[in-house]
Write a protein that binds this ligand. Structure first.
Ligand code: HGY
Ligand code: MN
Ligand code: MN
Length: 438
């Protein structure tokens, strides 16, 4: 294989990336054992599992010379200062929370790659045994606490606080047990009144870089290990309810039925039909429940979720209008009533051109000289950069996930790809370090 294009980190022996990759894989396994459920991975916001992984991440951050703190929103942060004390920081990170029955790498890989990047790039500080950033900016690693929104339905709570975007109405969101965000904060040892302290200003940040597994099959299909991310899909999430009439499953003729579950089922098929005909528009009904839920009762009520994403906010919203019109027709024909409550919305995030460029240069340093331009992919999956992008430029790196399965225990990444990804990510940071700070 011809030598890779020269990077900035020529002083780091290739085996250092392989060693770090092995450490990352082992720690992904270790974190996967911190779960609310035996035999599967579920770790939600402000849970005992959240506290335990924060402690582990903090230990690993200190191990590479960072000072650590948990912020007012439960995010675990590590800081490697620059020589100049009040210098801004380049934030690296991802999230440690998971969906239900999750994989081992979604979010977790990016946090651990950020920590290992600090280990690779740090230089001795002024005091004996201390370390500092070699760049005119510090490096802050963020292990965000709630990217998925699994517990309270609203996603990106942790990074929204860091972006100074906390919405007071979120304190009253409740989990499946009726516990509010406010109560969960207090139980976790956080003071809701101090949430504003988690906010970072644009002046404090140089940018945000995140490495993440691709949560789709593109890289696997192209036999490519890495990609630059061009943009992150916008998101809207709804909880919908359908009202019909509960009746006897045997004695009720079909022409008298107002079956809410059939209305919701037709709605789910309409979502698939409408979205699958569009480019980069994705609609999913992930939850569906019938009430009263007895085998011998025609369902009088049904509740279901809708996760709607699009590359462009406007197009996503136009598709939501079309879906709504179809629901009016379906429910009207079945003599049902429907309503929708929006529980989450985040605009599309277009990655910063400079950070896309340094990420491409980072990947280029892992490719043989004269290779084609690195792959660039749109991310239909959401990420914390969607909120952080409101205060600072964002760049992302995707790593190949064989078959692309994610939000599932079979989610995977290979150690060699992690070593390559770590080289590319660290190179991207070094390339950013060679650019003007602001
Ligand atoms: O749902 C998403 O796209 C992300 O994985 N939270
Ligand atoms: Mn996820
Ligand atoms: Mn994720």
């Amino acid at each position: 294989m011809t030598a890779a294009a020269p990077g900035r980190l020529t002083g780091i022996p290739p085996e250092a990336f392989a060693t770090a990759a092995r450490r990352i894989m082992a720690r992904c396994d270790e974190l996967s054992r911190v779960s609310a459920d035996d035999g599967s991975i579920t770790r939600v916001y402000l849970s005992p599992e959240h506290a335990r992984v924060n402690r582990l991440a903090a230990e690993w951050m200190r191990e590479v010379g960072m000072t650590t703190r948990m912020d007012a929103a439960g995010n675990q942060l590590g800081l490697l200062r620059a020589a100049e004390k009040d210098a801004p920081v380049l934030m690296l990170g991802s999230h440690l929370d998971t969906v239900i029955d999750a994989g081992r790498f979604d979010g977790i890989l990016g946090v651990l790659m950020a920590i290992e990047t600090v280990r690779l790039l740090r230089v001795p500080g002024a005091e004996l045994g201390s370390w500092r950033s070699p760049f005119p900016f510090g490096i802050e690693v963020a292990a965000f606490s709630d990217e998925e929104g699994t517990r309270f339905g609203k996603a990106l709570l942790g990074s929204s606080a860091v972006a100074g975007q906390w919405d007071e109405s979120w304190w009253d969101l409740t989990d499946a047990d009726g516990i509010t965000v406010r109560e969960a904060y207090r139980e976790f040892g956080l003071d809701p009144g101090r949430i504003g302290e988690a906010a970072h200003t644009s002046e404090q940040l140089v940018g945000y870089l995140e490495a993440h597994i691709e949560q789709g099959p593109e890289l696997d299909r192209r036999s490519e290990p890495l990609a630059v991310v061009s943009s992150i899909a916008s998101a809207r999430r709804f909880q919908l309810s359908v009202e019909g009439e509960a009746r006897h499953a045997g004695g009720t003729p079909y022409d008298m039925r107002r079956d809410a579950l059939l209305g919701a089922s037709e709605a789910a098929l309409a979502v698939e039909r409408i979205c699958s005909a569009e480019h980069h528009i994705i609609g999913t009904v992930g939850q569906l429940e019938a009430f009263p839920g007895a085998v011998n009762v025609v369902p009088g009520e049904a509740k279901f979720s809708l996760d709607l994403r699009g590359e462009y906010d406007e197009k996503r919203d136009a598709v939501w209008q079309r879906i709504s019109r179809d629901l009016d027709e379906i429910m009207g024909r079945r003599h049902l009533r429907w309503r929708a409550r929006e529980v989450h919305q985040a605009p599309a995030l277009f990655c910063d051109p400079l950070l896309q460029d340094v990420m491409a240069q980072g990947i280029g340093s892992t490719l043989p000289k004269g290779s084609a331009e690195p792959v660039t992919l749109f991310s239909p999956a959401g990420h914390d950069g969607m909120t952080i992008g409101s205060v600072t430029p964002v760049g992302m790196l995707f790593l190949r996930n064989p078959d692309g399965i994610s939000h599932h225990p079979d989610e995977a990444v290979s150690a060699p790809d992690v070593a390559l990804g770590l080289r590319a990510f660290a190179e991207a940071v070094a390339h950013r370090g060679a650019e003007p700070v602001s």
